[in-house]
Design a protein around this ligand. Structure first.
Ligand SMILES: Nc1nc2c(ncn2[C@@H]2O[C@H](COP(=O)(O)OP(=O)(O)OP(=O)(O)O)[C@@H](O)[C@H]2O)c(=O)[nH]1
Ligand SMILES: [Mg+2]
Ligand SMILES: [Zn+2]
Length: 330
């Protein structure tokens, strides 16, 4: 069914109502702040619809409600809250985010997935096998929001020694670009020590296809944290295995790790050619070096990117993925 178009007057009226509601909520918010000594800091552990679980400064997990005018709260948000009845809380303010990982929703609007992350961990497995350009899309997103990225190859136990080396080698050009490549098994815990070394002093998020083993990895890295599964189903009312909301864990060995729901694809938000080039470190290094400033790196003369491909400093798969994403922008 086609969606009904709103007239300009209708849109203006909706916007006016919307502003009035915000104003009312903001005033209510200010009244409550009469006594700032009741405000406490915390961090969003999990957000599922209207339900939010936060971690208070003393480490306690508290169920909270939040004011509508605060906008879209997500896992990782640093917040201020007040206590309410039955050991629950009310979130009254959100601190400015240092970073936001988002993806466009069905209407093309950017929707935040997690806040204040410093590192993206793209999880790949032999089963389900990596598809399409998901890895490159996540790496572009990381470059764009200015956070580190590492690639984690899980389920190593499913492969023979030889196949394991082959799987790793098929991603070695990413290691050459500065993205650490770590092979692990959540089943045997092989490789968990090198992975743990990258986590202290970071808020990392595990991303990737559904079923690659993100949640299993959390349990393998910190078996004691399994107890939070109970908190999870309490917060979401769901006991499913497949992760339905991002969930932040504080690792006993240091750092925070966010488990996120699996995706089939990861669409990038609005992009132009320059932004896309900036998302590929090896292309970014060549910006301004082609003969033509609007070079598309296809078959133009004096193309520095084509030259780099011939020299072997750009991997053909990466250039193919860039061209694919360029075509999607056009
Ligand atoms: N053999 C083996 N199986 C694994 C490993 N890690 C995960 N699995 C299995 O893979 C399946 C999916 O694991 P999950 O951890 O739920 O995957 P996920 O990425 O969290 O999936 P979503 O929450 O749907 O995104 C489960 O059946 C796990 O037992 C591993 O290292 N080795
Ligand atoms: Mg999961
Ligand atoms: Zn070029």
């Amino acid at each position: 069914m086609p969606r009904r178009r709103l007239t300009r007057q209708q849109r203006a009226r909706i916007a006016r109502h919307h502003n009035q509601r915000h104003q009312q909520a903001d005033n209510a918010h200010l009244d409550d702040l009469d006594d700032p000594s009741t405000l406490r800091s915390g961090q969003v552990i999990i957000r599922h619809g209207p339900n939010i679980l936060i971690r208070a400064e003393n480490g306690e997990a508290i169920h909270c409600v939040f004011r509508q005018h605060l906008g879209e709260l997500v896992c990782g948000d640093q917040i201020l809250w007040q206590t309410s009845e039955n050991n629950t809380g009310v979130i009254v303010a959100v601190k400015p985010r240092k970073s936001t990982l988002s993806r466009p929703d069905y209407a093309g609007q950017d929707k935040p997935i997690a806040a204040n992350i410093t590192q993206l961990i793209v999880v790949l497995a032999p089963e389900p096998a990596p598809t399409g350009y998901l890895l490159d899309q996540y790496l572009i997103a990381a470059e764009r929001i200015g956070v580190k990225a590492l690639i984690c190859l899980t389920k190593a136990d499913l492969l023979t020694h030889e196949k394991r080396a082959q799987f790793q080698a098929s991603f070695s050009h990413y290691a050459a670009l500065g993205y650490p490549l770590i092979q692990v098994s959540s089943k045997t815990r092989q490789g968990t020590t090198p992975l743990l070394a990258h986590l202290p002093n970071n808020t990392s998020i595990l991303v990737g296809q559904s079923g690659v083993g993100k949640s299993s990895l959390i349990n393998a890295l910190s078996p004691d944290m399994c107890i939070t599964e109970g908190e999870l189903s309490q917060a979401t009312g769901l006991g499913r295995h497949t992760t339905s909301s991002a969930h932040l864990y504080a690792l006993p060995s240091g750092g925070e790790l966010i488990d996120s729901p699996g995706v089939r694809s990861f669409r990038l938000g609005h992009m132009d050619r320059r932004k896309l080039e900036n998302g590929y470190p090896e292309l970014r290094a060549l910006i301004g070096q082609c003969k033509f400033s609007d070079c598309r790196h296809q078959d133009e003369p004096g193309c520095a990117v084509r030259q780099a491909l011939l020299n072997g400093t750009i991997h053909p798969q990466r250039l193919a993925s860039f061209q694919h994403m360029m075509a999607a922008i056009d």
